[in-house]
Design a binder for this molecule. Structure first.
Ligand code: SAM
Length: 244
């Protein structure tokens, strides 16, 4: 990656959970499977819901251990998985190799630094990654990604975004940490506490503004439990582009 300007947010410096730690990367799938279920099956359900088919190109930013890109490549999609963590990318590449999957390309980079040299992607996905950036840099990153997506292309964003009533924050956070500790183990409860304390999850109304100003039209927003958000978006046509 090129040197970044002194004023730019350093997205390679991990805040909160340290995904650059090889042990964290090795244990990632097993830990997440405890509360997400089978990650390959989750990826397949999402690809079906997005209507992703052979011949499409898909860009997954913050791809982690590569499940989405690998499942996409298995169905003939030209898949790119991008992540700032070499440790996570090493796991993703190893899994793709072990499965004999050749159509997934994994590249180091992030919302602020990745440059896409292929034709614009048909589908852009990012899951559980954008909250690693402070809000202004979320906007910068999403505007960059909009530039890598074809006009009218689909963008699916899933992340931790707060929709619980703000006065309830203490009760909500304490109960959420306890629930994750109960369901996924004490260590994962601590990971959720770290995320609340140190990472940059934002509010639903801010995230909707960020997406719109980044050049997306939100077709559906889902807030199932107070802290998870799913946005089904399309790249706005050029005349409707953002103004940041
Ligand atoms: C919770 S994991 C999510 C991985 C995967 N998307 C999933 O759904 O399982 C967060 C990932 O985001 C990556 N990440 C953190 N900051 C990033 C950035 N600025 N750009 C791209 N990826 C980033 C981390 O390295 C990590 O692999």
């Amino acid at each position: 990656m090129n040197r970044i300007p002194a004023w730019q947010y350093d997205e390679c410096r991990h805040v909160g959970v340290d995904y650059a730690d090889p042990q964290v990367a090795e244990e990632y799938d097993a830990r997440h499977q405890r509360f997400r279920g089978d990650l390959a099956a989750e990826a397949d359900r999402l690809l079906d819901a997005l209507g992703v088919r052979a011949g499409h190109s898909l860009l997954d930013v913050g791809c982690g251990s590569g499940n989405l890109a690998i499942q996409a490549a298995r169905r003939g999609v030209i898949a790119y998985g991008v992540d700032v963590s070499p440790a996570m990318l090493a796991v993703a590449r190893r899994k793709a190799d072990a499965a004999g999957v050749t159509g997934a390309t994994f590249r180091q980079g992030g919302f602020l630094t990745y440059t896409h040299d292929g034709p614009p992607a048909d589908v852009l996905v990012s899951m559980a990654a954008l909250h690693h950036l402070p809000d202004f840099w979320k906007l910068v990153g999403l505007r960059r990604l909009a530039g890598m997506l074809r006009d009218d292309g689909l963008c699916y964003l899933m992340d931790t975004v707060y929709s619980f009533p703000p006065p309830d924050y203490a009760r909500f956070m304490a109960e959420t940490v306890a629930r994750f500790a109960r369901n996924a183990g004490e260590e994962f409860g601590q990971e959720v506490a770290t995320a609340f304390r140190e990472e940059f999850s934002t509010c639903d109304w801010i995230m909707e503004g960020v997406l719109t100003r980044a050049g997306f039209v939100i077709e559906r927003a889902e807030y199932p439990d107070g802290m998870l958000a799913r946005y089904w978006c399309r790249k706005a046509r050029p005349a409707q582009g953002g103004s940041a």
